[in-house]
Design a protein around this ligand. Sequence first.
Ligand code: TYD
Ligand code: MG
Length: 448
Amino acid sequence: MSKIKISFVCQSCGYVSQKWLGKCPECASWNSFVEEKTTNKPLTSLSTSKPISLDTITSSFYKRIPTGIDEFDRVLGGGIVRGAIILIGGDPGIGKSTLLLQTMSHIGDKDKPVLYVSGEESPEQIHLRAERLNINSSGIVIYPETLVESIIEECLKIRPQCVVIDSIQTVYTQDLVSAPGSVGQIRESASKLMFFGKRQNIPVFIIGHVTKEGAIAGPRVLEHIVDTVLYFEGDSGHSYRILRTIKNRFGSTNEIGIFEMTDKGLDEVKNPSEILLSERPYGVSGSAVVSSMRGTRPLLVEIQALVSPTPFGIPRRTTVGIDQNRTNILLAVIEKRLGLQVGVMDIFINVAGGIKLQEPAVDLGVVSAVISSFKDTPIDADAIFIGEVGLSGEVRAVSQCDVRLNEALKVGFKKAYIPFGNKERLKGIEGIEANGIKRIDEILDIFA
Ligand code: TYD
Ligand code: MG
């Protein structure tokens, strides 16, 4: 006979304790334990799988399904891998359901439909949205159900091309007694879907809401289960949305996809650099444009610096979108190698457009923005900066300089300051004046 077991589970990290605790020993959050009952039924294996020799597996088996949306394909690493479990997180109202409904209309057809499981909206509401998006919905089957066992049963009947769970917080399994949305339910339901998806070779998209703290609920437990974690971000004040990879077993985690929310759904943004630079102020000091690689694509991004004398004893250093430690190193290099007294200044650095820059190739841009603000001298609006800066003030070569320059050329930049090492090897780029820089002292000339 199955016995009911009671345990207490931390709702933010999934830590399990036999008694209630006020503070989680794992993630240190307070008051996060909730009682969850489990029946410890003996595990019965439903598996029909057999061991299989690696060389007999053909790659056509893993052929990716294109989503019909290039930006989405890129983020996934070139389409949907069969049997992949993909988690899409984001704030409520950011457009997760819209993105997936649009994608599914490209994938499903009459013979092989996609199953859209909705625990949040009624079929009528989804129909209304599909009408608004003006999509071909003949290949989409809507299933308003929240019990995971029924969902799997239905999937085995229909054998859809792809399953969407909107959202994991509304789904529950009858094995647990706790409420839908609790960490235990999320973990159990997701792992059931995972077993189903992997065994049947059907991709499953799981939509997850973000908690107040900014994490997908039950993040640690889900991140292990799924193959890919994507975040859909953007602020409600702007119509641009960014799809970011946090984890991807089948592609790079550096890729981003950019969309615009219109009155007819999400549009791909094919020229993100132009949009990221569209609100750039002209003739103002402290602004420099860099060309940074995100995955396979170059992005032109504006770095803004504000340098002003500190009213307090200890100067403040704040950065948004760029690593604070890296910036501190660059500021020390400016102070020591250029003799500019930035040590007594408050310094704020911001990457415009909510982009996060991670690679050292943007160093020269940061240095130039800081010098520009320090000297209160604007940089030419048609100049771009590429280069890593070392501790002795040398400018080091970066990868894919020609790709970065071509992007700048496309957007209309006329002048580039690039590492001398790259300049020597550069060929075949016309229309942009490339200045090779060996040391950061040379960059001072443009502020003379
Ligand atoms: P939705 O996909 O429901 O968000 P989520 O599933 O992430 O909660 O998107 C809802 C928002 O998108 C809502 O504020 C309205 C807006 N929207 C548009 O601007 N245009 C559209 O065509 C659609 C369908 C939604
Ligand atoms: Mg939704």
